[in-house]
Design a protein around this ligand. Structure first.
Ligand code: URA
Length: 432
């Protein structure tokens, strides 16, 4: 096999053969194919796409690069009751704290929820970074610890081990620094290789669309969703996707500890309407896919059983669910320039501002600030008054504030009072 031939084939709009795909993924994982060669191939894939057959084979080769887990089997071997497993994956957005209330909620309704999650990179936040703002909480667990937490709490949110789809781990880091993330074949194979290798029985995908998402148009989000549903189904995983809105941040917070606080509001039966609606929509899909269609997630939020599962999960992972969350040393409030109706608050701009305040990282080894982020005082459709707070910026490093403010200068529109404005749906489509 010749890697240059493989790159030329994709560059010239050709189709890669199965042996070529198997070889290039294996050789890249072992270090025989160099980063600069894989970058060229990733760019050719981004520009020229892949057929469904190529995507399926690319995904299978990435799964084969590492170990495959069987969480349900391991749980029953460890003496756990046979309960269906359910998993969800979001393609990433701003203020997307849904996993935090969702995992304990679905566990409280009777499924086992192993959520192997990631850290944030760029303007999108990462679930592990959010949970690490809870004093004592640990993301890295051995397989045995993960099974123990699942046994006691019914859910676990932890880092995926090094052995799971190592080809994707290497390729994703490379794509992140070579402008090759936003490719439907590469995103679909990246997400689905990890999820299939994890061995979940069912999977609900939250495919984001809008300025704060990788997919900017409904057509692209739909194609990504149906590609992933096809890959899951072909591997025997019951898979459905919801295409959901990411034109404005989810809820009223973006940032690590700030988002944990909001998740706690949802678990206490309150919280912003969009976060509650999406949490319940995804919970219903997960329970349905796991064969528990009669469970009532709204009741589990209202009666405190989801909060109980959260407390058990946080405690089992070394965290103190009652410890105060960190507050930022400095805040800065942006006020509304005029009175009227807020008609746009851009998810990407808010995500970049939160990232610049320290909530996210530029390189994967960078630390994040637990308390940094942004609180939104109004959402699209809300009335605003001239001089009233619109956004509050939180950071431990005040010299970051001017750079964060730059990304917010044209992030919102206010229309005259009385302008009719209809808030769009949170779930655009269901595919599967
Ligand atoms: N999340 C992933 O795991 N992979 C991608 O390519 C994009 C988002």
């Amino acid at each position: 096999m010749d890697v240059i031939d493989i790159i030329r084939t994709k560059r010239d709009h050709g189709e890669l053969t199965d042996p070529q795909i198997d070889w290039v993924i294996d050789a890249y994982t072992r270090g025989t194919v160099a980063d600069e060669q894989m970058s060229a191939l990733a760019m050719a894939i981004l520009l020229n796409g892949m057929t469904r057959r190529e995507i399926a084979r690319w995904t299978a080769a990435m799964i084969a690069s590492g170990e495959r887990l069987d969480i349900a089997g391991d749980l029953s071997a460890a003496g756990g009751a046979a309960r269906p497993t359910a998993d969800k994956h979001s393609t990433g957005g701003v203020g997307d704290k849904i996993t935090l209330p969702l995992a304990p909620l679905v566990a409280a309704c009777g499924a086992v929820v192993p959520q192997l999650s990631g850290r944030g990179l760029g303007h999108t936040g990462g679930t592990l970074d959010k949970l690490e703002s809870i004093p004592g909480w640990r993301a890295s667990l051995s397989n045995k610890e993960m099974l123990d937490v699942l046994g006691s709490a019914g859910c676990v949110v932890c880092a995926a081990g090094e052995g799971l789809a190592p080809a994707d781990r290497k390729l994703y880091a490379l794509r992140d620094v070579t402008g090759t993330v936003e490719s439907i074949p590469l995103i679909a194979s990246s997400i689905m290789s990890k999820k299939i290798a994890e061995g979940t029985g069912s999977l609900v995908l939250d495919v984001k669309v809008g300025t704060g998402a990788f997919m900017k148009t409904l057509d692209d989000a739909r194609e990504l969703a149906s590609t992933m549903v096809g890959l899951g189904t072909d591997h025997g995983v019951r898979t459905v996707a919801l295409v959901t809105d990411m034109s404005t941040p989810l809820g009223r917070t973006a940032g690590n500890a700030l988002e944990v606080r909001e998740a706690l509001e949802v678990l206490a039966g309150e919280g912003p309407a969009d976060v509650v609606a999406l949490t319940l929509a995804l919970a219903r899909e997960m329970l349905d896919a796991a064969g528990l269609p009669d469970a009532d997630p709204a009741k589990a939020l209202a009666d405190g059983s989801a909060m109980d599962a959260w407390r058990r999960m946080i405690t089992a992972q070394g965290g103190d669910p009652d410890a105060p969350l960190p507050d930022a040393r400095e805040t800065h409030t942006v006020t509304a320039a005029t009175s009227g109706v807020l008609t746009r608050l851009d998810a990407y701009d808010v995500g970049v501002a939160a990232w610049r305040l320290g909530a996210g990282r530029a390189r994967k080894e960078d630390p994040v600030q637990a308390a940094a982020g942004i609180v939104l005082h109004a959402k699209p459709g809300d009335p605003v008054t001239e001089g009233a707070p619109l956004l509050t910026l939180h950071t431990d490093t005040p010299d970051r504030i001017p750079h964060a403010l730059e990304s917010l200068t044209s992030s919102y529109d206010i229309a005259p009072a009385g302008t009719e404005f209809v808030v769009g749906p949170i779930v655009h489509e269901r595919i599967g």
